[in-house]
Ligand binder design. Structure first.
Ligand SMILES: Cc1ncc(COP(=O)(O)O)c(C=O)c1O
Length: 399
């Protein structure tokens, strides 16, 4: 089978498929660590003629291992093009700065990853790009926030850390009817759980540092596109006019680690989702837990929407204990699960969003995002669910 037939495969097969190159016949992707590539007169002329991606020039512009990662991300997200970046935040900022110019406006969900919120709220404003934050669960609010200069609607498939699930179809329809580009951060779901491009989203941004890599050992990101509203070469344009100028390429070694991670993504995430569901039910019945946010629970505000658009409910969940000190006693009391930033890896990780990832967001804004001091965010890993429950029970007894 050749790589161009990859699109006919099922998701699990796409994740492991690799067509050997003629030179090595290796059955897994090789790694190319060179930061620079030799020119000859022919290559020189091709570069002069504008054929820049087809030849290798310099590591900041692209690298063969990074291109393999891009092809693999494109396949599993169901896109037509992909641009790899140094991190998830690089993907988000390169996509937005690539799309927007001075005077443009964004409509964005109230709850997004803290650095995304801060970039929109504090940094893009310095460049004359404004944002209206709304609750995307309320289509009337999204509609009311749209202005003549609105260019982008931005939200997360499953929001960090409140697990809000965006209803894809109506949001995309509303935006496209007004000529607005839809950008969706798919990090919390991963393409195993949700593929926003299949719902009409124009650009997916993703932190590959999480479920894609899956082992907590590489930082990376990707922008994947499928859009009639953007030029077919949009991602190549922003590779050269934004990513290369900002110096945000994915390192070849990280691209190689992430490629390896993708091969086991479906099987890892399937198991992680099952464990997340078991933990969510366990926490819901626990006397010191006041609330659990997991899209798979009937108590979740968007459970119906999640059931309609996701084959499983993800491996992320959040629960609440009485206050910040109680949350700290719980996460600090864990012995099997880690008390650590990040998510999506084989090890279960926990954090207190209010005072960790969202520390720099003023309390008033955090409250509007529904992030309380007593919230504990859990990324379910691959440990045995029973062992995790015993670990959490012991820790919760300290709350
Ligand atoms: C939803 C979401 N998007 C983006 C990012 C940023 O990813 P990275 O750390 O790879 O820059 C994160 C990081 O936690 C995240 O949770």
């Amino acid at each position: 089978m050749t790589s161009d037939r990859r699109s006919e495969l099922k998701f699990d097969s796409k994740a492991v498929f690799y067509a050997p190159d003629d030179a090595t016949r290796s059955i897994t992707a090789p790694i190319v660590m060179s930061s620079s590539f030799a020119y000859d007169a022919d290559i020189y002329q091709r570069v002069v003629d504008g054929e820049r991606k087809a030849v290798n020039i310099y590591g900041r512009c692209g690298n063969p291992t990074e291109y393999q990662f891009e092809a693999q991300m494109m396949a599993i997200e169901g896109g037509d093009a992909c641009l790899a970046t140094a991190s998830g935040m690089a993907a988000i900022s390169v996509a937005l700065f690539g799309l927007l110019k001075h005077g443009d406006h964004i409509v964005c969900d109230w709850t997004t990853y803290s650095s995304t919120h801060e970039m929109l709220d504090h940094r893009l404003t310095d460049y004359g790009i404004s944002t209206t934050f709304v609750d995307v669960a309320n289509p009337d609010a999204v509609h009311a926030a749209i202005q003549d200069n609105t260019r982008v609607l931005y939200f997360e498939t499953i929001a960090n850390p409140t697990m809000k699930v965006a209803a894809m179809a109506p949001l995309v329809e509303l935006a496209h009817a007004r000529g607005i580009i839809v950008v969706c951060d798919n990090t919390f779901a991963s393409p195993s759980v949700m593929r926003p491009l299949e719902w009409g989203v124009d650009l997916v941004v993703e932190s590959a540092s999480k479920f894609i890599g899956g082992h907590g050992d590489a930082i990376g990101g990707a922008i994947v596109m499928k859009s009639d509203r953007l030029p077919a070469d949009f991602l190549e344009q922003i590779r050269w006019n934004t990513m290369v100028k900002w110096g945000a390429p994915l390192s070849p070694f990280n691209a190689w680690l992430l490629l390896r991670g993708i091969q086991t993504l479906p099987v890892r995430v399937e198991r992680q989702c099952r464990t997340a569901m078991a933990l969510a039910r366990h926490f819901e019945a626990h006397p010191v837990v006041s609330r659990v946010w997991y899209p798979g629970l009937a108590s979740h505000p968007q459970h119906e929407i999640a059931s309609r658009q996701m084959p499983s409910f993800g491996a992320m969940l959040t629960f609440e204990v009485q206050d910040g000190p109680a949350a700290l006693r719980v996460v600090d009391g864990l012995r099997l699960a880690c008390f650590a930033a990040s998510l999506g890896g084989v090890r279960t990780t926990t954090q207190i969003p209010a005072t960790m990832a969202f520390l720099d967001i003023p309390e008033e804004e955090r409250t509007r995002m529904h992030i309380s001091q007593g919230m504990v965010r859990v990324s379910a890993g691959l440990e045995a669910a029973d062992d995790l429950m015993a670990d959490f029970d012991a820790a919760l007894s300290r709350a």
